[in-house]
Design a protein around this ligand. Structure first.
Ligand code: ATR
Length: 280
C-alpha cells in the first residue's frame, strides 16, 4: 500500500479577501487531483502582514498567494526574491522552502503569456509592435512578460504620463511612451493590444479608444475578467480581431503556485474556466 501523502496547507492573504477567486480555483484542483491538502482565504489587515507572513512557517504552510493590497509590501518581507518578481516590483506567491526560507515569486507575467499561448500557441512577443494601455501593477507584470518573451517595441500609454515614464525605465530602448491623446493612432501596425487599465470593468466606464487604426490581424487582450466580454473585446471581435479575455491570465497565474504548494502541475481545463466564470 502506498504511504499516505502528507497534508499540505496553503491560502491567499488579502484585505478584504471575499473577492478573491483563488480558493475556488485551488479548491477545484485539490479535488481534481486528489491532493491531501487545503487552501484557505486568509483576511489579513495591512498592519498585521509582517506577523502573518512570519506565521506561515510556524503554522506549517507550504506557502500562500498574496493579493490586494499587499503585493508590494510583501516583497520587503521575503528572505529571497525571484528575479522576475524583483523586476515587476511585486510578489503574488510566497513559498516556504523545505529549509524554511521564505521566497517571493510573481506568477502574473507567466500567467499573461500562458493565456496568450492558450489562444495562439506559436505566438511570440517579437511578432510586431505591441500597445500596452495602463501603467499600474498589472501593466508592470505584462511589460516584463513581453520583454522576457522577446518584444522589440512596446508602445506604452497611460492617462498619467509620468507613471508610464516610470515604468519605461525597465527598458527605455524597447518601451516607447506615447501620449494618452495619441492612443487611437498609436494602434497603427500593432500586432497586439493589451488593456491593463480598470476601464471596462464592471462598475467602470468602457475604455475610451477607437480601434480603426488597429490591423484586423492583431490580437486584443483585456486583462479585465469581470465581465469576460468587455466593451473593448466586443468592439474588437466585431471587426475580426482575435480576442483574449482576462480569465485565462487569472487561471494560468495560479498554475505555478499550485505546483509549488502541492507538488502537482495542474491543467487549465474548460471545466475549470466554467467553474470560475460561474462565480463572477
Ligand atoms: P493595477 O494594479 O490593477 O494595475 P492600478 O495600479 O490602480 O491597478 O492601475 C490602474 C490603471 O488604470 C492605471 O494605469 C490608471 O491610470 P492612472 O495611472 O492615470 O491612474 C488606469 N485608469 C484608471 N482610471 C482610468 C481612466 N478613467 N482612464 C484611463 N485610465 C484609467
Amino acid at each position: 500500500m502506498a504511504a499516505p501523502q502528507p497534508f499540505k496547507l496553503a491560502g491567499v492573504i488579502g484585505w478584504p479577501i471575499a473577492q478573491s477567486r483563488s480558493p475556488v480555483l485551488h479548491g477545484h484542483w485539490l479535488k481534481q487531483y486528489g491532493v491531501n491538502g487545503s487552501y484557505l482565504p486568509l483576511p489579513v489587515q495591512p498592519e498585521r502582514l509582517p506577523d502573518a507572513i512570519k506565521g506561515l512557517r510556524a503554522l506549517g504552510f507550504s506557502g500562500c498567494n498574496v493579493t490586494i493590497p499587499h503585493k508590494l509590501d510583501v516583497l520587503k518581507l521575503m528572505e529571497v526574491v525571484d528575479p522576475v518578481a524583483m523586476r515587476i516590483g511585486a510578489v503574488n506567491t510566497v513559498v516556504v522552502q523545505n529549509d524554511g526560507t521564505l521566497t517571493g515569486f510573481n506568477t502574473d507575467a507567466y500567467g499573461f503569456l500562458a493565456s496568450l499561448r492558450g489562444v495562439r500557441p506559436e505566438w511570440k512577443a517579437n511578432a510586431g509592435p505591441i500597445v500596452v494601455l495602463g501603467a499600474g501593477g498589472a501593466a508592470r507584470a505584462v511589460v516584463v512578460a513581453l520583454l522576457d518573451d522577446g518584444a522589440n517595441e512596446i508602445r506604452l500609454m497611460n492617462r498619467t504620463i509620468e507613471r508610464a515614464q516610470g515604468l519605461a525605465q525597465i527598458d527605455p530602448s524597447k518601451i516607447h511612451v506615447v501620449d494618452w491623446a495619441e492612443r487611437h493612432a498609436a494602434l497603427d501596425g500593432a500586432a497586439l493590444l493589451v488593456n491593463t487599465t480598470s476601464q471596462g470593468m464592471v462598475g467602470y466606464p468602457p475604455l475610451d479608444i477607437t480601434l480603426d487604426a488597429l490591423p484586423v490581424g492583431a490580437m486584443v487582450c483585456d486583462i479585465v475578467y469581470n465581465p469576460l466580454e468587455t466593451p473593448l473585446l466586443a468592439a474588437a471581435r466585431k471587426r475580426g480581431n482575435t480576442c483574449i479575455d482576462g480569465l485565462g491570465m487569472l487561471l494560468h497565474q495560479a498554475v505555478p503556485a499550485f505546483e509549488a504548494f502541492f507538488g502537482v502541475r495542474p491543467q487549465v481545463s474548460n471545466e475549470l474556466k466554467r467553474a470560475v466564470a460561474d462565480t463572477l
